[in-house]
Design a protein. Structure first.
Length: 604
């Protein structure tokens, strides 16, 4: 074959893993396509959904320097495959050269005869078509795979599952579309942890929900104090009526009292003294948890059983899962189980909770996890935030790694929140909700600004809800819930904030002011944040207005959707001042004058 096809993008690890899109998104494909000699080349992009035999196709556009481009839109959940083909086109070569000869004033009589003969021939010749050496895949997820707002709460602190139903209006009012529940299963009593992770619990202490399993059952059972499966199914239905999805925590580990320990002792690793090895992450010890031994000779049976845990909860209407510590389980298991589940249930979404090394986090994303926790919690300076989120938004890994930013979790209370007071919580909320299309908070600890660590230097909460029941006053006057509601409304009403790829940072002359923008179509959002929760900061923000069709001398308006102010700006450089004790951030929608100069019209 004369045509060469190389450097096809997007492509992950030479096609070993699929790229990701959500339903309705575009897959833009580029490739280097060329041939020997001077003949004209034609190439096509081919795509089809899983199970289809025939290909849809579209001619690719020449970009220059042998680079070609075309796009298709994914309209079905599941998997879609695509590739590129090309051929030398004698007719296109003749047409191109004929125009050159006519322009040079040459005699074209013979050339017209040649052209007539070429038009009579089939085009292209099937024997002369080159195909790219690989067929590539894209996994198509629901929209929440790209854009979602997560709210985590411990159901046992609300009381029962029916009482969680009573919290749904609160979650809806704050604008969250995912309610994530930590494990809802029975909790073991052997080696149960007490308040603040004490090894010796007091009578009546409830233990950690992650110590899963007891006489009442294991991963397919509900804690009896929470209610029945009838109650759980009702919760899922009532949440769905409010456009909220219930996400469950899947933690593949067991308490010593889990039925698996008795029925399948071969699934657990034993120490030389015959005892089962409990979980450790030195110096931390988890005496109340037994990890599975994934190297057991009975691994196929173990794999199937763990898959059935997902299937059980999918059967109860759950389509979103936050997976606890997936990096401590085999990569081969995740690749197998996620594909098995999504082939039958393409609507299912998996969030990877893996705060570990970058390559491990990225491997899990390649293997099928829909979204991934990030290092956002530990990126607090201007330089750290710029570098990290530029990587997430612009690096080729964005084709498979979708970030989900959390300013806090039940395990993580960062020093910035411990010491920064109310302004720090607002800063991190705005950053999470505008830098990332998907974000979440652990509440009500977040909106009620819980910030006391267990001890100096610790990121653990004092009197952590992981080990005890908490009674929260959600109606507290100083709650951040009205601000959370406003931010989530801004996210819903502005499509620019519903994806990550358009993120661009803008220069400021103050190291405590972080400025960045997102744009989708004509919806242009500019965010400026004061990263110092203690002091007022001001400075000049430089915005590349020409990228948004604004002339250098044109007056435009920056409408602060968060604080309500409206500012008339002109040119690239404009002044901002942010007092953290009032509101430490602007979330501007940039508006411009209409051509008739009547008034200010919205971009969106």
């Amino acid at each position: 074959m004369r045509v060469v096809i190389e450097s096809v993008r997007p492509e992950v690890d030479c096609g070993r893993y699929p790229v990701k899109r959500v339903i309705g998104e575009e897959v833009r494909v580029e490739a280097d396509v060329f041939a020997d000699g001077h003949d004209a080349v034609v190439c096509e992009l081919l795509w089809r959904y899983s199970g289809e035999k025939s290909w849809s196709k579209i001619r690719m556009e020449f970009l220059g320097n042998d680079r070609w481009s075309a796009a298709f839109r994914v309209e079905k959940l599941g998997r879609c495959e695509y590739t590129v083909r090309g051929w030398v086109d004698p007719l296109a070569t003749w047409e191109r050269d004929l125009e050159k000869r006519k322009a040079a004033g040459q005699d074209i009589a013979v050339d017209l005869q040649i052209g007539a003969a070429l038009k009579a021939k089939p085009n292209p010749d099937p024997n002369g078509i080159s195909f790219y050496e690989r067929t590539l895949e894209v996994v198509v997820d629901p929209e929440r795979g790209r854009f979602s707002s997560w709210y985590e709460m411990f159901p046992r602190s609300a009381g029962t599952l029916r009482e969680v139903i009573g919290v749904l209006p609160y979650v809806e009012e704050m604008g969250f579309d995912v309610l994530y529940l930590p494990p809802v299963h029975p909790i073991g009593t052997t080696a149960r942890k007490g308040k603040n992770n004490q090894v010796a619990p007091q009578p009546g202490e409830v233990g950690s929900p992650w110590a899963i399993g007891g006489p009442e059952g294991g991963h397919k059972a509900l804690h009896p104090d929470l209610g029945s499966f009838e109650d759980f199914d009702l919760l899922v239905r009532k949440a769905s009526e409010r456009n909220i999805r219930i996400a469950l925590d899947i933690a593949f580990q067991c308490s010593p009292d889990h039925p698996y320990v008795r029925r399948h002792p071969e699934w657990f690793r034993r120490r030389p003294d015959g005892t089962v090895q409990y979980a450790e992450n030195p110096p931390k010890k988890y005496q109340d948890i037994y990890p599975f031994d994934f190297e057991t000779e009975k691994r196929s049976e173990l794999f199937e059983e763990l898959k059935s845990v997902f299937e059980f909860w999918i059967g109860h209407g759950v389509t979103m899962f936050r997976v606890d510590n997936p990096h401590t389980k085999p990569f081969a298991f995740w690749e197998w189980v996620i594909k098995e589940l999504k082939d039958k249930n393409p609507e299912v979404i998996f969030l990877s909770e893996a705060f570990t090394r970058p390559r491990v986090m990225h491997k899990l994303a390649k293997l099928g996890f829909t979204q991934s926790y990030t290092y956002f919690t530990w990126r607090n300076s201007k330089l750290e935030l710029r570098e990290y989120f530029t990587e997430l938004a612009q690096h080729p890994s964005r084709e498979y790694f979708r970030p989900n930013a959390w300013p806090n979790t039940p395990d993580i209370l960062h020093e910035y929140l411990q010491t920064g007071g109310r302004p720090a919580f607002i800063v991190r909320l705005v950053l999470a909700g505008t830098l990332a299309a998907s974000y979440g908070i652990y509440g009500p600890a977040y909106e009620l600004m819980e910030r006391e660590p267990r001890e100096p230097g610790s990121e653990e909460y004092l009197n952590s809800e992981k080990y005890e029941l908490k009674r929260w006053d959600r109606a507290r006057a100083d709650s951040l819930s009205p601000l959370v509601s406003r931010l989530n409304r801004i996210r819903r009403e502005n499509v620019a904030l519903q994806s990550d790829w358009s993120l661009r940072f803008h220069a400021t002359d103050n190291e405590q002011l972080l400025a960045y923008s997102k744009k989708q179509g004509e919806n242009f959002i500019l965010v400026v944040v004061n990263l110092d929760p203690h002091h007022v900061h001001s400075g000049w923000v430089e915005v590349a207005i020409e990228e948004f069709g604004i002339a250098p001398d044109e007056t435009y308006q920056a409408h602060d959707l968060l604080g309500g102010g409206r500012y008339h700006w002109t040119g690239r450089r404009n002044y901002v001042e942010l007092n953290p004790h009032t509101l430490p951030a602007h979330v501007f929608r940039v508006l411009r004058r209409s051509h008739s100069e009547r008034d200010f019209d919205y971009f969106a």
